[in-house]
Design a protein around this ligand. Structure first.
Ligand code: 2NL
Length: 371
């Protein structure tokens, strides 16, 4: 047997009995490494006569290839044996319950916003949104709120120290009315003032410099706006009655409209709902005239003031409408029984776990605790 064949046979035997990756690597270095036996053998080709080279070359190269192939094959065999051994000892029990993954919940304010969107969608309203940073004009002036109105005073409104490019004061919106103002203006622009009707609700964050058990500097409001032809207080009352009955999930809720004043509506009405006591709990609905019953204010509303319609570029002789505004946080408290508004925005997970809603719940009425 020639040199190269002896060497090849020796390494193939070693490879065959190598039991792990390290042993295999040591063999590779000894045979094929820079100073490996086969590598050195390859170098001897240069000093051979052409005849010797012709007979030895293929043998040495063949030995190199055979050893390399055997190492790769053995490596594969060792690895799959290790995997098989691991699979034989590690068992996965597919019948065990999975570990509890932390699960978030829907905040009651989000839940109520979803409910509002759904109830009003059924009445043909869409949801409108707009910026929380507003200017004086959209938040106050367009709404027929006089320069001297106390709501503009520093103690109620968060003003920014800077004004915008035109010198107009910037502020955090104190209600979502500017969303309706922007919607009316867009429509007036698009169609030369003849582009109504509008049926929208505008839910969202609002800000006032106020803080106690029932007021937080940031709170949520929903306003509704209808602009159409021949709209009157009867439409307003029916819409609010339908909304309140759907929201609190009772058909026996009475509404009482009390004359009131807002600069942006004329006439204006505050809206009370009847409550009664059932099983020791105050419930919205039932007989407000009974011993334990009464009225509770939940909304402000009215017919949109002609000045507001005009300010937005629409003709008040053609278009009328009604509007209303309501605190979402308060709606949530009344429906789901929370009593401290501040806890809404503390971010305490124990609170959201207790009062929150399952993300997979139908976004509305079936999730409620109403009667
Ligand atoms: C309340 C009273 C109200 C409105 C909001 C409104 C908006 C436009 C035009 C006219 Cl663009 N009115 N909104 C109307 C009446 C009452 O809110 O007590 N909110 C908590």
């Amino acid at each position: 047997m020639s040199d190269s064949e002896t060497i090849k046979a020796k390494y193939l035997e070693q490879i065959d009995s190598a039991s792990d990756g390290d042993a295999l690597e040591a063999i590779r270095v000894a045979a094929l490494g820079k100073k490996g036996e086969i590598s050195l053998l390859l170098k001897t080709l240069g000093k051979m006569t052409p005849e010797e080279r012709q007979s030895e070359g293929p043998k040495i190269n063949g030995a190199r290839q055979a050893v390399a192939d055997a190492i790769a094959a053995r490596k594969q065999a060792i690895e799959s044996a290790a995997l098989n051994a691991q699979l034989a000892t590690e068992k996965l029990d597919m019948t065990l319950p999975p570990p509890n993954a932390p699960k978030g919940s829907i905040h009651p304010v989000s839940q109520v916003m979803d409910e509002l969107a759904e109830i009003f969608a059924d009445l043909g309203f869409s949801v409108a949104t707009g910026p929380e940073i507003e200017d004086d004009w959209h938040n106050f002036t367009a709404l027929n709120i006089p320069e001297t109105h106390p709501a503009r005073a520093m103690h109620d409104t968060f003003y920014f120290p800077q004004t915008d490019e035109t010198g107009m004061p910037k502020l955090l919106r104190t209600h979502t009315s500017p969303v309706q103002i922007r919607t009316m203006m867009d429509i007036a622009k698009q169609t030369d003032g003849s582009g109504a009707p509008i049926y929208i609700i505008a839910p969202g964050r609002t800000y006032r410099s106020d803080s106690d058990a029932t007021h937080t500097p940031m709170f949520h409001q929903v306003e509704g706006l209808v602009i159409d032809k021949g709209i009157h207080m009867g439409h307003l009352k029916w819409t609010l009655e339908t909304f309140v009955r759907a929201f609190f999930e009772r058909d026996d809720i009475e509404l009482r409209l009390r004359p009131s004043y807002f600069p942006f509506t004329e006439p204006s009405a505050e809206v009370d709902v009847g409550f009664s006591v059932e099983k020791g709990r105050r419930i919205i609905g039932g007989d407000p005239r009974g011993d334990t019953g009464g009225w509770m204010e939940i909304l402000g509303s009215g017919m949109v003031h002609p000045n507001v319609i005009k300010n937005c570029g629409l003709d008040p002789e053609v278009w009328q409408g009604f509007a209303f505004g309501c605190g979402i946080d308060r709606l949530a408290m009344l429906k789901y029984g929370m009593d401290d508004l501040r806890a809404f925005f503390d971010g305490d997970l124990r609170w959201t776990e207790h009062y929150g809603f399952d993300a997979l719940d139908v976004p509305t009425l079936s999730g409620g605790v109403g009667a």
